[in-house]
Design a protein around this ligand. Structure first.
Ligand code: ZN
Ligand code: ZN
Length: 170
C-alpha cells in the first residue's frame, strides 16, 4: 500500500467532491491523502473536433509531476475525456503504475448523492488499476468495467474477494 495518494484537481473541483474522495480513498486503500493545488487542463490535450480532452495526454501531463516513492496520483477534471475508439470514458489509469485520471463530466446527475457515489466508485476503480487490478466480470466488484453511468450505479464500491486479497498483498 502506498503511504499517500495525491489528489490533483484540474480546474475548479467542488470541495464536497474532493472531501468525499479523500474519505473513500482513505478507507479503501488505507493511506493518507494529500490534495494538490489545481492545475489548468493542458490545451494540447483538447480535441476541437471531438470537443473532449484526450485521457492519455492528461496522464502524460501528470507523469511530469514529481512524486515520491510509493505514491499514487489521482487527477480529477470536470471536462469530458476520450480515448481513441470510445465515445467517452469515465477515467483511465496506468495499470500497476502511479497515475490515474477521472472525469466528472458524464457522472453528473440531478441527484447529488448519486453523483458523488458514482465519482467515488470511479476513483476507487482507477486507483485499483494503479495497484495492478484488471477488470472484473463479477457484479460484486468495483473493478467491473462501466460503459455508462447506469452500469456505475449497478456496481458496488467494494472489491470482490479475489481482488480484495490481491490488494492486501500489495
Ligand atoms: Zn477500468
Ligand atoms: Zn473483482
Amino acid at each position: 500500500m502506498p503511504d499517500v495518494i495525491s489528489i490533483q484537481p484540474f480546474g475548479e473541483i467542488d470541495p464536497m467532491i474532493i472531501r468525499s474522495l479523500e474519505d473513500v480513498l482513505t478507507s479503501s486503500f488505507h493511506c493518507d491523502i494529500e490534495v494538490l493545488s489545481p492545475l489548468d487542463m493542458p490545451l494540447h490535450a483538447f480535441s476541437a473536433r471531438r470537443n473532449q480532452f484526450s485521457a492519455p495526454t492528461i496522464l502524460r501531463r501528470i507523469t511530469r509531476l514529481e512524486v515520491g516513492e510509493g505514491r499514487k496520483v489521482l487527477s480529477v477534471t470536470n471536462d469530458d475525456l476520450y480515448v481513441r475508439g470510445r465515445n467517452y470514458i469515465f477515467g483511465q489509469a496506468q495499470v500497476n503504475g502511479v497515475y490515474a485520471v477521472i472525469s466528472l463530466y458524464r457522472l453528473r446527475t440531478g441527484d447529488m448523492l448519486n453523483f458523488i457515489e458514482r465519482v467515488r466508485k470511479e476513483a476507487v476503480h482507477e486507483i485499483g488499476h494503479t495497484f495492478g487490478l484488471l477488470h472484473c466480470d463479477r457484479h460484486d466488484c468495483v473493478m467491473r468495467f462501466s460503459e455508462n453511468a447506469e452500469e456505475t450505479d449497478a456496481k458496488p464500491i467494494t472489491f470482490c474477494d479475489d481482488h480484495r486479497m490481491l490488494l492486501e498483498e500489495k
